[in-house]
Ligand binder design. Structure first.
Ligand code: NAP
Length: 307
């Protein structure tokens, strides 16, 4: 037992939703909305198609299903895809686009997404992007606001502002990289909701260490493939799979409220729920620890400095 108040939940990631056949994507979106899991999307995912497809699926649900399903959609504001502009006006326009595509009037959580075109100072300045998010929360358009990105030092700066209700970090609390651990502890201690995205590193820990495997959307090094093969052998010795263990690492963490996993089809959703139900023997964690840290490719130096 842990002291956490809220159970860690699965959150279904939709960054690829709508990038292929739109009718198949609507079927997937319907399955996700009916699953009773939270759903993570963003203004920019699949060029807006992720939100559009979720909105189409939502509008086709029975009225009694629709409101609770809409309340489980979490989205993000993004920079203007053409100009890169990411000021208060763009935040307001971004959320307007999202509400229109989703067919809703408010969202339960709205993140500032990948604000790399801004310095933290610019984002937090009066009249800047974050002030618009705060206003949207005051007006009830967003019940809560969050910061979503990768680099831990950058996220820590936003968390330190104490303006956000939630933080999302990706690829940095996995079997390969644990660099978000202190960020997650700090945010959790502040009472923020903590989301850990990409527990499979986007590929490597779901499909295993094969030629061409990727971690954090880049080719995995030979050293990382070797380490992952050793981890996979540990899992096999205890009759569990590498993805089940990778997922469990996040689901069992007492600082993480939601584990955000990319789901591209109804079949993947079923597989994910089975993985999440796998019981991992304690010896697996002991033997993985004995392998030593993985040669992680993550290097966040340079992020979060006061420019
Ligand atoms: N800055 C941010 O806010 C940010 C950044 C990154 C991610 N995210 C969120 O987090 C979500 C998850 O990230 P992610 O999708 O990049 O990484 P991920 O969840 O670590 O990995 C997803 C990948 O694993 C594969 N996979 C899942 N289950 C599998 C299974 N049972 N067998 C084989 N392969 C399996 C999927 O393959 P298929 O594609 O074939 O299904 C997909 O390519 C995103 O969708 C997004 O919502 C947010």
């Amino acid at each position: 037992m842990t002291s956490r108040q809220r159970p860690t939940t699965l959150v279904l990631g939709t960054s690829g939703l709508g990038s292929g056949d739109e009718e198949a994507a609507v079927d997937t979106a319907t399955a996700l909305l009916r699953s009773e899991h939270f759903i993570d999307t963003s203004n920019i995912y699949s060029g807006g198609a992720s939100e559009r497809v979720l909105g189409r699926a939502l509008s086709a649900l029975a009225p009694e299903e629709r409101a609770p399903a809409a309340g489980r959609i979490l989205t993000k504001v993004d920079r203007d895809p053409e100009t890169g502009r990411f000021d208060a006006d763009r935040v307001l326009r971004s959320v307007e686009e999202s509400l229109g595509r989703l067919g809703v009037e408010q969202v339960s959580l709205l993140h500032l997404h990948d604000p790399y075109v801004l310095t933290v100072r610019e984002a937090l300045a009066p009249g800047g992007a974050v002030s618009a998010l705060v206003r949207l929360r005051e007006e009830g358009v967003a019940a809560a606001i969050g910061i979503a990105a990768g680099p831990v030092p950058l996220l820590q700066r936003y968390v330190d502002s104490d303006l956000f209700d939630a933080v999302l970090c990706h690829n940095r609390y996995t079997l390969v990289d644990r660099s978000a651990a202190s960020l997650f502890r700090d945010a959790s201690d502040r009472g923020m909701r903590v989301f850990n995205a990409a527990p499979f590193g986007g590929d490597l820990l779901a499909r295993g260490p094969r030629d061409g495997a990727r971690y954090q959307y880049r080719p995995a090094s030979a050293e990382l493939l070797t380490w992952t093969a050793q981890a996979e052998a540990v899992c096999a010795r205890h009759a569990v799979t590498l993805p089940a263990v990778a997922l469990s690492l996040s689901l069992r963490a007492d600082t993480i409220d939601g584990t955000v996993v990319g789901v591209s089809s109804p079949g993947r959703l079923d597989a994910l729920e089975q993985l999440a139900a796998t019981v991992i023997p304690d010896a697996v964690w002991t033997e993985l620890d004995a392998l030593g840290p993985a040669p992680s490719p993550i290097d966040d130096s340079g992020y979060g400095d006061d420019e």
